[in-house]
Ligand binder design. Structure first.
Ligand code: ZN
Length: 336
């Protein structure tokens, strides 16, 4: 199966009332972990690459690993998505490479740090939507700013400082025509999301529900939504790591989001924790080892396990065979 548009995956998820995890990758082992988890759970998948991932891999390598995945897992509908494009150029270069979905994050200026104006956000996002839809490619936008910084991208600081305003969200979707919308409801990128289990004061699910009520036909996206499980933190610390105590987004909150229009849930930190814990364990228990496979294989297995768990919890498991891919040319016709 060729790479498919994210719009089709999310439309199907809306019909079926489930969410789809979007997992970040930087190397072959992470792609393999996701694809094995997808096969095991029969899940459609969104694989996403940040600007940092594209730079780290030289995105040609990344793209060809993804093509290998489409050959090896022909039964799995699979999207390649640009995570947090900082500019029109970044999104256009992803499209030229063969990405089937892009995020234009115009909530920040092109430096990836400074919160932008509403007008700027609308103008850059609309430009990307026009270019992408002409090719049948999906666009995710962002209104409001997430907390934290990851890969040098993010407003940083207080996750409650730039929450999404529901009126602006409605206006933004109307003016840009985005397929999916990332909203800020108190989540942050990275491992340190909350200093204690989040409550309605720190994780604004009521805001999300209000936005869905106003935009029932827009696919909502939750960023910074790893659950940061204590078991994974403990493995790292047990084998010499020094993570400070931290809390992520509880699975039941993501599931509440899915009941209220969330179709894409971004997960990166959980995979990172699983990989690092597995590698630390080998280094600690078998210091005589020096074959990279001796630690990369358990790392890949640990990530596969956590990804398969999320696919089941988000509800995408069992849905890989529900539909046949719509070619991008056909998607482009539909947008016209
Ligand atoms: Zn994000």
């Amino acid at each position: 199966m060729p790479l498919v548009s994210m719009r089709q995956l999310l439309d199907e998820a809306a019909k079926g009332g489930y969410g789809v995890g979007a997992f970040n990758v930087n190397n072959m082992e992470q792609i393999q972990a996701i694809m094995e988890a997808a096969r095991e759970t029969k899940s459609p998948v969104i694989v996403q690459a940040s600007r940092g991932a594209r730079a780290y891999t030289n995105d040609k390598f990344l793209y060809h690993l993804m093509l290998a995945a489409t050959e090896l897992y022909p039964e799995i509908p699979m999207v390649l998505h640009q995570d947090h494009g900082n500019s029109v150029e970044t999104c256009k270069s992803a499209m030229a490479m063969g990405f089937t979905s892009v995020m234009m994050d115009g909530s920040l200026m092109a430096d990836g740090k400074t919160p932008s104006s509403f007008e700027y956000n609308v103008s850059v996002t609309r430009e990307v939507v026009e270019a992408a839809h002409a090719k049948g490619i999906t666009v995710e936008g962002e209104i409001g700013c997430l907390g934290g910084i990851e890969d040098g991208h993010g407003a940083g600081g207080d996750a409650l400082a730039h929450l999404t305003d529901p009126d602006q969200a409605v206006e933004f979707v109307r003016l840009t025509g985005v397929d999916a919308l990332a909203i800020a409801i108190g989540t942050s990128h990275g491992a340190y999301k909350f200093t204690r289990k989040p409550t309605g004061e720190t994780l604004k699910m009521d805001r999300l529900i209000e936005i869905h009520r106003r935009l029932p036909n827009t696919h909502l996206v939750m960023h910074g939504s790893s659950s940061v499980p204590k078991e994974l933190q403990d493995i790292i610390n047990q084998y010499g790591g020094k993570l400070k105590p931290t809390w992520g987004v509880p699975i039941e909150e993501s599931q509440l989001g899915i009941k209220n229009g969330v179709r894409k849930i971004n997960v990166d930190t959980d995979s990172r924790l699983a990989i690092t814990g597995a590698i630390r364990k080998v280094f600690f228990e078998k210091p005589e080892e020096f074959d990279p496979r001796s630690y990369l294989k358990p790392a890949r297995e640990a990530m596969e396990k956590v990804v398969a768990q999320r696919m089941t919890q988000f509800g995408q498991a069992g849905h890989a065979g529900d539909y046949t891919p719509i070619p991008l040319e056909e998607m482009a016709k539909r947008y016209r």
